[in-house]
Design a protein around this ligand. Sequence first.
Ligand code: ADP
Ligand code: MG
Length: 319
Amino acid sequence: MATEFEIIRRHFNRPAPSAVLGVGDDCALFAPRPGMTLAVTTDMLNAGIHFPPDAAPGKLGHKALAVNLSDLAAMGADPRWVMLALALPESDEKWIAAFADGFFRLARRFEVDLIGGDTTRGPLSISVTAIGEVPPGLALRRDAARAGDEIWVSGTTGEAALALAHLRGRVALQGAALGDCLARLEAPEPRIELGGRLRGLARAAIDVSDGLLADLGHILEASRVGAEIEWEKLPRAEGLARCPDRALAAECLLSGGDDYELVFTAPPPKRAEIESLGRDLRLSLTRIGVAVPGEPQATILDAEGKVIQVPRKGYDHFA
Ligand code: ADP
Ligand code: MG
């Protein structure tokens, strides 16, 4: 059985060129670039709550980092450093090696360095803290939307939730639809480049972790504006568009979590620039509605402008 220190040395002590001092001392040391504001976020994943205990370790390593990088993206911050706190039921080195592989593959892609953490025994739990930089005043805050802003979403929402519905036996997906939806659930792609390029272009942003309406709702609350969303414009992936259970598809689209797309608002004159950014990144950016004065609620409208009643439930751990 490997000891705690062997586990850290073998699996988590990697060069951290962007830090002054990485893994191995009481603290890590790092210096932000002069004048930059630091953005810091933590997200925890617990076995049995956020993933099944037998989930593939490589995918877990990816996802634990991806969800944190997604928060930095939603703030418009460039990711730089990460910390990893791990509780492991046993020192299963094969598991740990696969976990580290998934984690570092993603870290390398965005040039993020692991600079420290903690390793203990306990029920499987993974907590990542990610640190990024953003120029002063340019962070994409939830409270920055204004009435008249257009509301945009990247990619498509609902596939991760549809995959979960499949795993729970609520629907039977097949072929490419199944593969696509599972990939969204297990290996989400943090929209890092998009977040960075939206600085100075978008006003407010949030990542979709709890559901499109729930997360948009956080922007509306913080910014004290309402929203009108056009049902027909909501981007739908193949798997969702073809899902025979229409009620389930609608629920996933509006309220399914775990997609990690960005929802953002921007003044109408920025429209052309945002469209060209989408082409640049080869990522669809869809205008789904507008922010309006009034109660901080999203109204969904059909093609004729009539209000559609939809069930609203975002994900809440304590509900
Ligand atoms: P301390 O007793 O000072 O908390 P630890 O023995 O817990 O130190 O950790 C030793 C070093 O290894 C520290 O630099 C810590 O940041 C790092 N470390 C521990 N666990 C991890 C991990 N899972 N990933 C990255 N670094 C880790
Ligand atoms: Mg420690």
